[in-house]
Design a protein around this ligand. Structure first.
Ligand SMILES: [Zn+2]
Length: 126
């Protein structure tokens, strides 16, 4: 199950990024996953819960945005999103297009942090 190692490496990157904001809680992590990245979304969500369990990221939501596969056709110059990855043909002219412009990504798009609770020691008003 390679989703577990993916989840673990996301936890690592997010923890590093969040370390710059001491006390902040990670609310949500947004991922961009290409349709060809061979990541099973349900498996990744399941592994995310496991991977965050014993970490400060526990309870953080995981949002997954799937990116379509985009082919660049050398014959007609079109860049098109293809519906199915069964066939890598240019939807415009039908030529075989092997120039993948998008579809294999697996990246962290954004991390949403929650500010720490304001210190109780600070007087509200007098
Ligand atoms: Zn074409």
């Amino acid at each position: 199950m390679h989703e577990l190692s993916i989840a673990a490496s996301i936890v690592e990157s997010v923890s590093e990024a969040a370390a710059a904001y001491p006390g902040a809680r990670v609310k949500e992590v947004r991922l961009r996953v290409g349709a060809l990245a061979s990541v099973v979304e349900d498996a990744l969500r399941f592994c995310w819960e496991l991977a965050t369990e014993e970490t400060p990221l526990r309870g953080a939501a995981l949002a997954i945005e799937t990116l379509p596969v985009i082919l660049h056709c050398e014959d007609c110059g079109a860049e098109s999103a293809i519906e199915t990855v069964q066939s890598f043909r240019c939807p415009r002219c039908g030529a075989l297009a092997a120039d993948l412009r998008q579809g294999r990504e697996m990246e962290i798009a954004s991390i949403e942090l929650e500010e720490p609770e304001p210190s109780a020691a600070a007087p509200a008003s007098t």
